[in-house]
Design a protein around this ligand. Sequence first.
Ligand SMILES: Cc1cc2nc3c(=O)[nH]c(=O)nc-3n(C[C@H](O)[C@H](O)[C@H](O)COP(=O)(O)OP(=O)(O)OC[C@H]3O[C@@H](n4cnc5c(N)ncnc54)[C@H](O)[C@@H]3O)c2cc1C
Length: 395
Amino acid sequence: MSGTAGTGRVDVVVVGGRVAGASTALLLARAGLSVALVERGRRGSDTLSTHALMRAGVLQLSRWGVLDGIAAAGTPAVRRTVFHHADGEDVAVTIRPRSGVDALYAPRRHLLDRLLVEAAEEAGARVLHGVTVTSLHRDATGRVTGVVGRTEGGARLDLAAGLTIGADGIRSRVAEQVGAATTWRGRTASAVLYRYVEDPGADAYEWTYGTGAAAGVIPTNDGASCLFVSTTPARMRRLRRRGVDRAVDDLLEAAGPEAVVRARDLRPVSAVRGWAGVPGFARRSYGPGWALVGDAGYFKDPITSHGITDALRDAELLATEVLAAHGGDVAQEVALARYEATRDRLSRQLFETTERVAAYDWDGPGIRSLLLRLSAAMGEEVEHLEQLAAVRPSA
Ligand SMILES: Cc1cc2nc3c(=O)[nH]c(=O)nc-3n(C[C@H](O)[C@H](O)[C@H](O)COP(=O)(O)OP(=O)(O)OC[C@H]3O[C@@H](n4cnc5c(N)ncnc54)[C@H](O)[C@@H]3O)c2cc1C
């Protein structure tokens, strides 16, 4: 089949309909812009994650009215975080109520991403699933002026837009098409194995840091937790030669006795899935007629479980600046440059610390000090978002 999947003109076209893209579309559509959200996958599909949201992300979902749907779907409220360390020290942190947030959540992605897409749609965004963006339109000056896409059946989408936003993940087609330069390049990476396990009643994020390996148990939907183990890509490749189940057991042991004991009685309810590891990066995230958000613009290793929270934060930072430009307060490129500068300022310490955690060469005091640095950086991020909310309470 061929033909047309759509044409027209919008203020903003967003490529990629998961956390970063759906949130950006939601905020822009709520502010009255005409928005199209183009996603190559199916509506409500799942994706790789260990799901843990940090406070800043929960705070935003609460403000945007999306958290109620997450809680209503039975996603467990997480009231504690527990860190187990190789030298025997355990640190338990209770989630303090702040800005209306008294618990963290780790929703499955088929739930979180779907709720965000539905909220964007309710706000007036035109949502197109099953359409892959293949190239960009440009005017005579080289400015990006929209997208060309295709459905699986070969129908063509042609959309003109005042701004094209790439929220299309680490292998972003938009970034590739505009030639977005890499501005930060990481050197370390985690390889991760994870599976869902039966774990009804769990109410804590649990992390264990051992000898060159980490493990975690993250309570998610349907009475299950996501159990993961991680290490360097080289060690993971070696361990996987003896089979994936054996690799999980070996890494639980390396992570420490608490991980072994906690995992022992958890009945698997899914197969083991793997992530081979990709070093973090940041890309130049704006140019004439285009911007990048979420993993497309800035990706860091999943060991610190901050990618979804980053994506939600950056959606709001970007939407704030896009609206400033749309209102005529400032030129689009100046506003977009401010977006990138704020994102980078809030991300630098998180990125550098994550790099060090993903090196897997720490000892007990070393990892504790890295976790404290992360906590300080996350506090700064929450403060920034609270200030944004004070300026634009309706967002
Ligand atoms: C193993 C692992 C564990 C993780 N655990 C956590 C965690 O516990 N907590 C956390 O906060 N983060 C975690 N993350 C990170 C988190 O998953 C990402 O940071 C987050 O998904 C980024 O969202 P995004 O919307 O930017 O991109 P993505 O989720 O990658 O979405 C991009 C979307 O764009 C679509 N797309 C791509 N190209 C095109 C195209 N050409 N046309 C149309 N659509 C397109 C894709 O289909 C996809 O749906 C983890 C990541 C990994 C790999």
